[in-house]
Design a protein around this ligand. Structure first.
Ligand SMILES: [Zn+2]
Length: 252
């Protein structure tokens, strides 16, 4: 998996797509050779990269010229499911209902379901901070699961990553840089644990082979023998995980 350069937003706008006003973010990247337009599959927002800082108008016009393609992409974006009291979200593949409990201290704790009751995520503190508190908690949980998985697979292969980071990336579940830094999407905590474990194994295997050649997949299969079934799960169910707790102008 590869990394894309991130750059600061130069201009925020809206774009009319099939009669709907869609957030548009223009970014500057001097390394880009031309305008690049993409749709954030988490939020449905449109991102345009311009090689020239002064050509914001041209970038917006370029996006407008691709309205039909953008509409097509946006049809695949799942409707947003923001974190709020009463909303549901999967945690390690198990459905949870978010419950805001009013008490002064801000904390998140999981209730274990008994009998036919549904699992709950209790969030205390000011309701205004609930979305941020849930996101922060999920990021802490995913970090601890990823650390465990990465360490186990890395030990088996006798390799070591330089760093493990959790990011809000929408285009990839994980990536491995040339400096041996592994980076993962926090949304892996929403998927069943064997999915997170596979993505960790996949990126650790890149520390042995920085490609997707047959020798790379042989290493993956040593770590996760039934990885094909998990890849199919990610393809089928993965996009829907992007609808949880999003913000239309969030950075990748
Ligand atoms: Zn890969």
């Amino acid at each position: 998996m590869t990394k894309s350069p991130t750059s600061r937003a130069l201009h925020m706008d809206t774009l009319s797509v099939s009669g709907e006003q869609v957030p548009l973010v223009v970014r500057h990247n001097p390394r880009a050779r031309r305008f690049i337009v993409r749709v954030d599959m988490t939020t449905g927002a449109v991102h345009v990269t311009t090689p020239n800082k002064r050509n914001v108008k041209g970038a917006v016009a370029f996006a407008r010229g691709h309205a039909e393609w953008i509409a097509e992409q946006r049809r695949q974006v799942a409707p947003a499911e923001p974190f709020c009291d009463g909303a549901t979200l999967p945690v390690r593949g198990v459905h949870h209902v978010i419950r805001h409990v009013s008490c002064a201290r801000g904390a998140v704790f999981q209730s274990t379901p008994n009998g036919d009751s549904v699992a709950e995520l209790h969030v205390s503190g000011d309701a205004a901070f609930l979305p941020r508190r849930v996101t922060d908690w999920l990021k802490r949980e995913v970090k601890s699961d990823l650390n465990e998985s990465v360490l186990r697979h890395a030990t088996k292969l006798g390799v070591r990553p330089s760093r493990i980071t959790v990011r809000d990336q929408s285009s990839r579940w994980g990536s491995c840089s040339s400096t041996r830094a592994l980076s993962f999407s926090w949304r892996l905590i929403l998927a069943p644990s064997d999915v997170l474990d596979y993505v960790a194994a996949h990126e650790v295997a890149h520390l042995v082979h920085m490609n997707h050649e047959p020798e790379f997949w042989r290493v993956v299969s040593r770590l996760v023998p039934d990885y094909c079934a998990i890849m199919r799960w990610l393809e089928r169910e993965g996009p829907a995980l992007h609808k949880y707790g999003n913000d239309p102008f969030s950075e990748d």
